[in-house]
Design a protein around this ligand. Structure first.
Ligand code: MSP
Length: 510
C-alpha cells in the first residue's frame, strides 16, 4: 500500500489580496492533509502563488510597481493567510522561484524532445482575467464587447506561438477518464469535461510573445510560456521535478488536486495531457468545489462585498470559520456565505451541542469523581446503541473523507454528538450520585469515551479547539491519532478543570 499522500490547492494569482474563496480551498486541503496524518500517512500538502502572466503583469503596472516587487508583496499576503488559517502546508511554492523556472524549462524541453510542441501562429480570443483561450462559439456579445462564459471580456490575439499537440490526446483522455472513474469529481464536472472533449480538442497555444512577464521558452526567448503551463507545473516542481530519482518524488502522483469549478478544464484536460505527453504519471484526482456567493450576491470588487478571511477569523474565531466553510454546503456545490448562517452553526452545533456536552460531562467528572477518569465501563443493553454509533464513527468519517465529502463527514459527527446529548439526558448521571454511584461512573465513562472520539476525528477540522478538548479529556499528546482510539485511557487519569470551548455569538440586530 502506498504510504504517502499528496494534496494541493490551486496556486493563487497575486493580482489581488486573498478572499474567502481562497480560504475555502485551502481549508479543505488542510483538513484532508491533517486527516491523512491522523491515519499515519506521510503527507505532502502544497499551496502557493501563481505569479506570472498578463493579468499579474497588468496588476503590477496598475500598482506602479515592477512585477517582481509587486508579486513579492502580494504573495506575502497569501503566505500570511496560511498562518492565519492554521494551514499545515509542508511547502509554499512561488512560480517566480528558481526551482520552479528550472522545472518548467525541463518539462518544456522534454515535450519538445518528444515532438509534442511545434511552432505556429495563434489567432483567436483570449481573456486576460481567466488567462484562457476561447473558441468563437463559447462567447456572447454585449454592447460590442465579447465575453467568455465566465463573464470575462475577451480580446483578439494574433501572434507567433508554440503549440502543444493537445488534439492528439483527445481519445487517450476519454479512455483515461473511463478507466479512472473518480478522476474528476463531482460527477457533474466530469460530464462537463467529457462533453467538452467530445466537441473536439484543438492544439493549445503554450507560448506568448506580446508581453514579457513569464518563463522564457528554452531556445526561443522571444516567447514566454503560457501561464497555465507554467502554473500547473508547480505541482511537480514541489515534488522535486525534474529529479524523479530523488526521495521527494515518492509523493508524485498527487492524490487530490483541489480546484474551483472555474478551473477544471485546465486541471482535468490540459494537465494530464501535458504529463502523459512528457512520460509522467497523471494525478489521481481533481476535485472541483463550488463557488460562494455573499449574502446572495456574486462576490466582486465592484459590488464591494469581497470578504477578507483575516477579518472573519478576527471576528468569529478560526475554528468556527473552518467548521462553517465545510459544514454549510456539500463540497462540490455552490453555497451562500452569510454571517447569520455562520453564527447559527456556531451557536447551535459548536457552542450548544458539542461545547455543552463536553462541559457538562467534564464538570460532572470534576465534581462527582474528584476530577479522575472513571474506569473503562461495561456496555449494558441500554448503552449499546450509543456506544456502537460512536465506535463506528471513525470508519464512517474515513469513508466520507476518502471521497472528500466533508459535509457528510461532519453530518455523521454531529449526529453522534446529538446522540450523546440524548444519552446524557436520558441517563441523567447527575441524578445517580446518591442512588447508583457505580452506574454514574459507567455513564460518565461512556460519555468521556465518546468525547474522545469526537475530538480525535474533529482535530483535522478544528485543530486548535480540539487540542484544547483533548487536553481537558486528559488524552496524552502521543495518543491523539486514529489508531490510538483502540487503547482506552487508564481509569484514574487526572483531568484538569474544564473551561468552555466555544462562545456563543450574538446575532447583531439587522
Ligand atoms: N492561478 C489560478 C490557479 C492555478 S493552479 C495551477 C487561479 N487562481 S485564482 O486566485 O484566481 O483562484 C484560485 C481559486 O479560488 C480557484 O480555485 C477559484 O475557483 C477559487 N475561487 C475564486 N472565487 C471563489 C468564490 N467566490 N468561491 C469559491 N472559490 C472561489 O485560478
Amino acid at each position: 500500500m502506498k504510504q504517502t499522500r499528496y494534496v494541493t490547492t490551486p496556486i493563487y494569482y497575486v493580482n489581488d489580496k486573498p478572499h474567502v474563496g481562497h480560504a475555502y480551498t485551502s481549508v479543505a486541503a488542510d483538513v484532508l492533509a491533517r486527516w491523512w496524518r491522523l491515519q499515519g500517512y506521510e503527507v505532502f500538502f502544497l499551496t502557493g502563488t501563481d505569479e506570472h502572466g498578463q493579468k499579474v503583469e497588468k496588476a503590477a503596472r496598475d500598482a506602479g510597481m515592477n512585477p517582481q516587487a509587486f508579486t513579492d508583496q502580494v504573495s506575502q499576503h497569501f503566505r500570511d493567510l496560511a498562518g492565519t488559517l492554521g494551514l499545515s502546508n509542508d511547502d509554499f511554492i512561488r512560480t517566480t522561484e528558481a526551482r520552479h523556472k528550472a522545472a518548467c524549462c525541463a518539462l518544456w524541453e522534454e515535450l519538445a524532445r518528444r515532438d509534442e510542441i511545434y511552432l505556429g501562429h495563434y489567432e483567436g480570443w483570449y481573456a486576460v482575467r481567466d488567462e484562457a483561450f476561447y473558441g468563437p462559439d463559447e462567447l456572447t456579445e454585449r454592447d460590442g464587447v465579447k465575453y467568455a462564459p465566465s463573464g470575462a471580456p475577451v480580446e483578439w490575439v494574433r501572434e507567433p506561438s508554440h503549440f502543444f499537440r493537445l488534439s492528439k490526446w483527445q481519445d487517450w483522455l476519454l479512455v483515461f477518464y473511463e478507466e479512472n472513474r473518480y478522476f474528476i469529481q463531482p460527477e457533474s464536472r466530469r460530464n462537463e469535461v467529457i462533453a467538452f472533449i467530445k466537441s473536439g480538442l484543438q492544439d493549445l497555444s503554450v507560448s506568448r510573445t506580446s508581453f514579457r512577464w513569464g518563463v522564457p521558452v528554452p531556445g526561443d526567448p522571444s516567447h514566454v510560456m503560457y501561464v497555465w503551463l507554467d502554473a500547473l507545473t508547480n505541482y511537480i516542481t514541489a515534488a522535486g521535478y525534474p529529479d524523479t530519482k530523488a526521495e521527494h518524488w515518492k509523493f508524485w502522483p498527487a492524490d487530490v488536486h483541489f480546484v474551483g469549478k472555474d478551473i477544471v478544464r485546465f486541471h482535468a484536460i490540459y494537465w494530464p495531457a501535458f504529463l502523459k505527453a512528457a512520460g509522467l504519471e497523471p494525478p489521481k484526482r481533481v476535485f472541483a468545489h463550488g463557488w460562494w456567493t455573499i449574502e446572495g450576491q456574486k462576490m466582486s470588487k465592484s459590488l464591494g462585498n469581497v470578504i477578507d478571511p483575516v477579518a472573519l477569523v478576527a471576528e468569529y474565531g478560526l475554528d468556527p470559520l473552518r467548521y462553517f466553510l465545510l459544514r454549510e454546503v456539500p463540497f462540490g456545490s455552490d453555497g451562500d456565505f452569510s454571517r447569520k448562517a455562520l453564527i447559527g452553526r456556531n451557536n447551535s452545533e459548536l457552542a450548544d451541542a458539542l461545547g455543552n456536552l463536553a462541559n457538562r460531562t467534564l464538570s460532572l467528572i470534576q465534581r462527582s469523581c474528584e476530577g479522575r477518569l472513571p474506569d473503562a465501563a461495561l456496555v449494558r443493553d441500554t448503552d449499546k446503541l450509543f456506544v456502537d454509533e460512536v465506535q463506528t464513527l471513525p470508519t464512517e468519517v474515513r469513508i466520507r473523507l476518502e471521497s472528500q465529502e466533508f459535509q457528510m463527514a461532519l453530518d455523521a459527527i454531529m449526529s453522534a454528538v446529538r446522540s450523546a446529548n440524548g444519552y446524557i439526558t436520558v441517563h441523567a448521571p447527575w441524578a445517580l450520585k446518591k442512588t447508583q454511584p457505580d452506574r454514574m461512573l459507567e455513564v460518565l465513562r461512556h460519555l468521556h469515551d465518546a468525547l474522545r472520539v469526537f475530538a480525535t476525528v474533529l482535530q483535522s477540522f478544528m485543530p486548535g479547539t480540539m487540542a484544547a478538548l483533548l487536553d481537558q479529556l486528559g488524552v496524552p499528546a502521543g495518543a491523539r491519532d486514529l489508531a490510538a482510539l483502540a487503547t482506552p485511557l487508564p481509569g484514574g487519569t487526572a483531568l484538569p478543570p474544564p473551561s468552555p470551548l466555544f462562545r456563543k455569538i450574538e446575532i447583531e440586530a439587522a
